[in-house]
Ligand binder design. Structure first.
Ligand code: ATP
Ligand code: MG
Length: 584
């Protein structure tokens, strides 16, 4: 074997140091060994000495940290404090320890088996000779398995592998706002490197019960159906579920756009999407002025499964930084079905036993430990929050498949989107019977809560009646009225993309609609009438709008004024239509 050792450091060692290294090696191995210096920026405050299979790390920072600990452990009240400290200082002699180098046994589909790194821990980052990185995912008596964060063509059988003693993590900080990054924290928007000094591990413990308080503030989405019937509170986890192309992303995107000026930081995590769709979404955010308060974390369909797998965890760590600093965060995982598939791929490659639908047994834990990190912190911890909107894609509306049922049971409610409704033009295509929000009601503002009143009940009555009367020809007046009213409500709930409503606008629409004021307006004019009504309020009733917005309550007097103004407006609107009709 070659009789050569290497020293890695950012500064060339002096002659004196070189002599010391040689003496050290001679003592250790009982022979003269040549030492060569190699430049490396990885060891700014120390060096690494490598001889054959042994590594000796010397790091000044570690040494100082240990020294600090030693000094802190001295009892201040002790009479002999000075001699004690002196003893510690005398003992300040850093011992370099030998560390093993691993050898790559095999590389297959992004999974690397390594022998000789027995002490490596689960989740630790491993460096390979060629410079690529991987993460330990499996520990065995004879070898460890590691998933690679890049293409596996750069690691070969027999390559050396080194421990880093660091678990996978991501840099965090305000600097990430407005940026698009990959799950390792590298900028991919071409706007230059993001420099911060704060490092969070990607897998962090969720806040404990004591650290939390119940969800108590609304997260306004600006989507009438959601805010009125399935309200979301800050710190809640609400699932958006539906087949492909049913407007799932659109709902999440609208929710992000509606946070403008509300002090909520948004994180959009794309998992397994095409780069072009992510680029389009980012452009949309930028165009509508929402990118300033948003971070996009993207793992593309073409990325290795390992990158897809860590994406939501890394993004959540980014969010936690803000939450721990007292801010409110909204995080969208688009989507977790692809995440589960990436995890299944990794697990199968690692040789774990496949379970139901070939997912490994711990696939529930995959998402529970992720979503548990979204919470409303108590005031002692700054009162920050993280609201999660995970998205799940179903096949043929089957919510009882494995992954959907798992995630439904982890979240605090779901918004269920239906293809049929979407295709028939009822957008957002929210199925009112199957959707639910289990905690948001407490967080809903009083005004919206009061204004929504019987909406859900009215709609379910309408739907029942609709099915019932589908084939009936002669209906009595009460039923006919109910059908017209219900149809009108459904029309009111239609809402295009990028047109979020403000809270007071939602209150006005709800009060007007639920008091049957739109009943005489023809179905094809309802949406137009609603928009013009809101414009009318904004223009002529700014005092009323302001008081609704500021007080967040709906008293009887306000309700009466809304009804008075709306009634008059709708009468004029109908008259206008009539005149137009006659004019033609
Ligand atoms: P995928 O399964 O491909 O991710 P998705 O469920 O996320 O799809 P979107 O991409 O959000 O669906 O929406 C599908 C299409 O429908 C898009 O072109 C979008 O612009 C349109 N769309 C979504 N919501 C609405 C809406 N409320 N009004 C009008 N068009 C909408
Ligand atoms: Mg989508």
């Amino acid at each position: 074997m070659e009789n050569k050792a290497f020293i890695y450091s950012s500064k060339a060692p002096s002659n004196e140091q070189m002599t010391k290294f040689k003496a050290f090696l001679k003592k250790k191995y009982n022979k003269d060994i040549n030492v060569t210096w190699l430049y490396s920026t990885a060891f700014k405050m120390g060096f690494r000495l490598v001889y054959q299979n042994d590594i000796f790390d010397y790091n000044l920072l570690d040494k100082l940290a240990k020294f600090e600990q030693d000094i802190k452990s001295v009892d201040v009240d002790d009479q002999n404090i000075i001699p004690l400290i002196k003893e510690k200082i005398d003992g300040f002699n850093y011992q370099v320890k030998a560390r093993q180098v691993g050898k790559v046994l095999s590389v297959m589909d992004g999974v690397v088996k390594i022998e000789g790194l027995k002490e490596a821990t689960y989740g630790e980052i491993i460096h390979f000779e060629s410079g690529v990185k991987g993460m330990v995912q499996f520990l065995n008596q004879d070898y460890i398995s590691c998933i690679l964060f890049s293409s596996d063509s750069e690691v070969h059988q027999g390559d050396k592998a080194y421990r880093t003693l660091r678990t996978a993590g991501i840099m965090v900080g305000e600097e990430f706002l407005g940026r698009v990054v990959d799950p390792l924290g590298n900028a991919i928007d071409g706007l230059g490197e993001i420099r911060t000094d704060k490092y969070y591990e990607i897998e962090r413990e969720a806040p404990s019960i004591i650290d939390r308080r119940s969800v108590y503030r609304p997260l306004e989405t600006g989507i009438l159906t959601i805010d009125s019937m399935f309200p979301i509170g800050r710190g809640q986890r609400e699932l958006i579920i539906g087949d492909r192309q049913t407007g799932k992303t659109a709902i999440a995107l609208d929710a992000i756009l509606n946070q403008k000026g509300k002090g909520v930081i948004c994180i959009y995590v794309a998992i397994g999407q095409k780069a072009s769709s992510v680029a389009l979404l980012v452009e949309n955010l930028r165009k509508r002025g929402a990118l300033d308060y948003t971070i996009v974390v993207a793992a593309f369909a073409s990325d290795p499964s390992s990158i897809l797998y860590i994406a939501p965890y890394a993004a959540t760590s980014l969010g936690e930084y803000f939450m721990e600093n007292g801010k409110d965060v909204l995080i969208v995982y688009d989507d977790l079905s692809k995440h589960a598939i990436a995890y299944r791929t990794i697990s199968l490659l690692l040789g774990r036993a496949p379970g139901r639908e070939a997912y490994p047994g711990d696939v529930f834990y995959l998402h529970s430990r992720l979503l548990e990190r979204s919470s409303q912190l108590n005031d002692k911890l700054g009162g920050g929050s993280m609201t999660a909107l995970p998205i799940v894609e179903t096949q043929a509306s089957d919510v009882s498949a494995y992954i959907p049922t798992n995630i439904i049971s982890i979240t605090d409610g779901q918004i269920f989107l239906e293809s049929d409704m979407f295709n028939s033009g009822q957008r957002p295509a929210i199925n009112i019977g199957l959707s639910v929000s289990r905690v948001g009601g407490d967080a809903q503002t009083k005004a919206v809560k009061k204004a929504s009143g019987t909406l859900r009940l009215d709609l379910s009555q309408y739907r029942e009646m609709e099915v019932f009367t589908q084939f009936a020809s002669d209906l009595d007046d009460v039923t006919k009225n109910l059908l017209v009213y219900g149809k009108g409500l459904m029309e009111i709930l239609k809402q295009g993309q990028y047109c979020p409503l403000k809270q007071y606008e939602e209150v006005i629409v709800l009060v007007t609609a639920l008091n049957h004021l739109f009943i005489n307006v023809d179905i094809k004019h309802i949406k137009d009438c609603e928009m013009k009504l809101l414009a009318h309020f904004n223009q002529n009733e700014s005092l009323l709008c302001e008081s609704l917005e500021n007080n967040k309550t709906l008293d009887e007097a306000t309700k009466v004024s809304i009804l008075r103004v709306a009634k008059e407006f709708i009468q004029n609107y109908l008259k206008g239509l009539n005149d137009e009709h006659k004019g033609n």
